[in-house]
Design a protein around this ligand. Structure first.
Ligand SMILES: [Zn+2]
Length: 240
């Protein structure tokens, strides 16, 4: 019992009385206001609830009529208001459940799309993911593992790979804003050749070269054309 158990000094020493007895005896100040001494909560706001009318004691509990910000009126026990246990007519919990449900659903959809891009050749984005060798860690075959690593998708954010050429993994993924995602993409260098725009990593996969090799040619001032059409081992300008 939290409140109300107290030793009544006028009774047997050390004897503990239940709250109902104590309230009758006028021992507990919170419960016993036979003399109408109680904390006036009228007009006070508790979360979404505003206490509008004192309804009096019912057995040992004092009730208040409250109006919720959603418009519903509800009778609430005073101490539940004061201790912050009751903050709405019940609409708060159902809003939270709804939000949680929404977030859960959108996280699931995100996970499904990720799998689709990597696994399903019929997926419109497959060419930029699965076909390019972008995978997800095998643990993420199960939604529960993905959810455990990434948590709920915050509203407005999307699943972002920190290294755009890296895989979907707990280390390489985060929930990012569209701006973060765009700036992340800008850090990747894109080369356009033969009607295709790809990152250095994607080109290196196509060519069977390593990234550093393409980077070296770029840093040496080679044009994209020269970088991508000059076979490995050939000097710049020698090969047309
Ligand atoms: Zn409400």
């Amino acid at each position: 019992m939290s409140n109300g158990i107290t030793t009544f000094s006028g009774g047997k020493v050390g004897h503990t009385y239940p709250p109902v007895v104590l309230s009758f005896l006028g021992v507990i100040s919170k419960v016993t206001d036979m003399g109408k001494r109680y904390k006036d909560l009228t007009g006070q706001v508790f979360g979404r609830l505003t206490a509008i009318e004192h309804l009096g004691l019912r057995k040992t509990r004092r009730f208040w009529l409250c109006r919720c910000s959603c418009g519903i009126e509800k009778e609430v026990v005073g101490y539940a208001l004061m201790e912050g246990n009751t903050k709405s007519c019940g609409c708060l919990q159902s809003d939270n459940r709804y939000k949680h449900g929404q977030a859960y659903t959108s996280t699931y959809t995100t996970w499904e799309s990720m799998k689709g891009r990597c696994d399903n050749p019929n997926n419109t984005a497959y060419a930029d993911y699965g076909e390019r060798g972008i995978h997800y860690v095998k643990e993420w075959r199960e939604f529960s593992k993905f959810f455990a690593d990434m948590g709920e998708k915050p509203e407005g954010l999307s699943l972002d790979r920190i290294d755009n050429d890296g895989n979907y993994s707990p280390e390489n993924c985060r929930w990012a804003t569209p701006i973060e995602q765009a700036s992340n993409k800008r850090t990747n260098v894109y080369l356009t050749h033969d009607g295709k725009t790809q990152t250095i990593s994607q080109w290196s996969r196509d060519k069977g070269w390593d990234r550093a090799f393409i980077g070296q040619r770029r840093n040496a001032g080679w044009s994209t054309e020269e970088i991508l059409t000059t076979p490995k081992g050939c000097k710049r300008g020698v090969y047309e």
